[in-house]
Design a protein around this ligand. Structure first.
Ligand code: SF4
Length: 219
């Protein structure tokens, strides 16, 4: 996916860095494909949990501040391609971009090794409710401005499909990118966007024959 992203974005820069650890594999792929050297531009405190699973914004903000540090000697005066695997709310990416600028980065191109996450996941990945997903209400250029990057590039859905073309499974899920849920989503009509519908199950599942509001059944 990192290689495909390098092909699709066509970017040039001094270094490729990753948002550790989520973007590291794709960053190495990007570097290998583009020939732009990989550098450790961000250092992670491995004793702090993932910020986006923190339920409250305040805790997430504090988490970002103590989890990552920019490596000034690696990034100062450089144009940087920063790779991550996704943007969920955009708050973490924005704080990291700011941190890199404060450490002297000249240009920051954010590259994401997935398409924009527009729809919530109901299958166990905590990507929050739809209204909190930055790509559900903003264009790519609005997201770029929101996070403060010089440019922003996502992997295309077609590019992602090509990358997993050798995975021979029926009905691979791409629902958070295209809203095409492979199963019926219980309660979706009554509590739109709720990520807890399977856990709460308070308003019952879709009845047989009841139409699902969004997406379609895979064949
Ligand atoms: S692809 Fe499907 S299972 Fe995976 S995070 Fe997105 S909605 Fe959830």
């Amino acid at each position: 996916m990192g290689r495909q992203l390098a092909i699709e974005s066509g970017l040039a820069a001094d270094i490729v860095i990753s948002v550790p650890d989520s973007g590291t594999t794709a960053a190495h792929g990007f570097s290998a494909q583009s020939g732009i050297p990989f550098a450790e531009g961000l250092m992670k405190n491995r004793y702090i949990g993932r910020t986006f699973i923190q339920p409250e914004q305040k805790k997430r903000d504090a988490g970002v501040r103590i989890k990552l540090n920019a490596v000034r000697s690696a990034v100062a005066g450089k144009s940087i391609i920063m790779v991550d695997d996704s943007i969920v709310r955009g708050t973490t990416s924005g704080r990291i971009v700011k941190m890199l600028r404060e450490a002297g980065a000249k240009k920051i191109h954010m590259c994401v090794s997935s398409p924009p996450i527009i729809y919530p996941c109901y299958y166990g990945i905590d990507t929050s409710v739809r209204k909190e997903l930055v790509a559900s209400s903003k264009t790519i250029d609005q997201i770029r401005r929101y996070i403060g990057a010089d440019s922003l590039h996502y992997l295309s859905l077609e590019g992602l499909r090509q990358c997993v073309a050798n995975v021979h499974l029926d009905g691979l899920c791409y629902a958070c990118f295209n809203g095409d849920y492979p199963t019926a989503i219980p309660c979706q009509g009554e509590t739109p966007g709720s990520k807890f519908v399977f856990e709460e199950n308070s308003c019952g599942s879709l009845q047989k024959g009841q139409e699902k509001p969004r997406g379609r059944k895979r064949s």
